[in-house]
Design a protein around this ligand. Structure first.
Ligand code: ATP
Ligand code: MG
Length: 353
């Protein structure tokens, strides 16, 4: 399968130094990620804070360099491009950041902010800039008068609309949104999510949505990749990943989404350090199902369209069957805690109906 964007075994490790500047290991922020993003699709990258989502997004646009692996965009190896060719290519790939207050230059009017990419990539002749800016502002739901004003005159949601207009200015094929609505009030979030959905549909954009908010992702994504400690643990069509998650980590993430109704407990505790990730399956230290194989061997990301990296994925009990399992003691308690079942009473055999 060849997508608009192809990531192949991408890795980026950040050195950790002590007070004297000596290397003391590395944060394995992204540690061997392969993904294909089909043209016109919306891929969500989800996972807890620090799992490497933003680093992956920056690697995909070659805003930072990988230690290993390849990025192909429109069939072209981005690493092979000269600086000049890469600058030209940037016209087709844009990034929207979480914080619209930081991403807009306070000394630029809205018109200049939106016109800058038009000029940089010579999208329209100079005389046509003003009209194009007005069109872009209208496209994101702002009045043309907004052009003469300054970023600080706008609310968070309006500023994010300006940032979106700026990202659209060069006519990109791919946009990566790194938590594009996370900094906004909930009511405003829905409006901006709707705007993004309209734009994706109307302009035929390919969109990578980086988000820790599965509620937002469910609205907008048609494919999902779940990251844990720098690796992909599950990936596939959104309906399958949300409807029948195969990795215990995905199940736990979904359990934390209000209204999802998944019978699993949200995951507890913090992920282990990405400086020294656990051997075997990186999730085994927090997984209620972990067995010896999980501690010893790295599970491959297996499957055809719906992939999961879990040794036990074909043997994980569905939530309903759990209560009939002849498990006992600690293991039963952990499983039941995970699925939100009542803790076993001391005077029972340890098996609940
Ligand atoms: N420039 C850097 N130098 C050193 N470490 C970094 C750098 N950028 C990221 N990291 C580390 O890499 C890991 C992944 O960070 P990243 O920002 O990609 O995670 P994230 O999933 O986007 O998190 P969040 O949800 O909080 O935005 C973290 O442990 C982070 O501290
Ligand atoms: Mg991030």
């Amino acid at each position: 399968m060849s997508g608009l964007l192809e990531l192949d075994d991408l890795a980026r490790h950040f050195p950790v130094r002590d007070a004297l500047g000596r290397a003391r290991g590395a944060v394995r922020a992204v540690d061997g990620v392969s993904l294909s993003v089909p043209q016109g699709s919306v891929l969500a990258i989800v996972g807890e804070s620090g799992c490497g989502k933003s680093t992956l997004g920056r690697l995909a646009l070659r805003l930072i360099e990988p230690d290993r692996g390849a990025v192909r965009f429109m069939g072209e190896d981005l690493r092979a491009l000269s600086a000049r060719a890469l600058r030209a290519r940037r016209r087709d790939m844009q990034l929207i950041f979480q914080d619209p207050f930081a991403s807009l230059d306070p000394r630029m009017t809205v018109e200049d902010a939106v016109a800058e990419p038009l000029r940089l990539h010579r999208v329209v002749p100079r005389g046509a800039e003003r009209a194009r800016v007005a069109e872009l502002l209208e496209r994101v739901g702002l009045r043309p008068e907004a052009a003469r004003r300054w970023p600080h005159e706008f609310s968070g949601g309006q500023r994010q609309r300006i940032a979106i207009a700026r990202a659209l200015a060069s006519g990109p094929k791919l946009i990566i949104g790194d938590e594009p609505v996370s900094a906004l009030d909930v009511s405003v979030q829905a409006q901006v999510v709707n705007l993004l959905q309209d734009l994706i549909r109307d302009l035929g954009l390919t969109f990578v949505l980086i988000s820790h908010d599965l509620g937002v992702v469910r609205h907008i994504a048609d494919r999902v990749a779940v990251m844990y400690l720098g690796t992909i643990v599950e990936a596939g069509p959104a309906a399958q990943v949300f409807g029948a998650p195969r990795h215990p980590y995905t199940r736990a993430l979904l359990a934390a989404v209000p209204g999802h109704g998944a019978r699993a407990a949200p995951i507890e505790g913090d992920p282990p350090s990405p400086i020294a990730p656990p051997a075997g399956c990186r999730f085994h230290t927090r997984c209620p199902f972990a067995e010896a194989v999980c501690r010893e061997h790295v599970p491959p990301l297996a499957g055809s369209t719906h992939l999961a990296a879990c040794h036990l994925q074909d043997r994980l009990p569905p939530a309903a069957a759990l209560h009939e399992r002849n498990a006992g003691g600690d293991r039963l308690r952990r499983l039941q805690a995970y699925f939100g079942a009542p803790a076993p009473q001391p005077d029972t055999t340890g098996v609940h109906a």
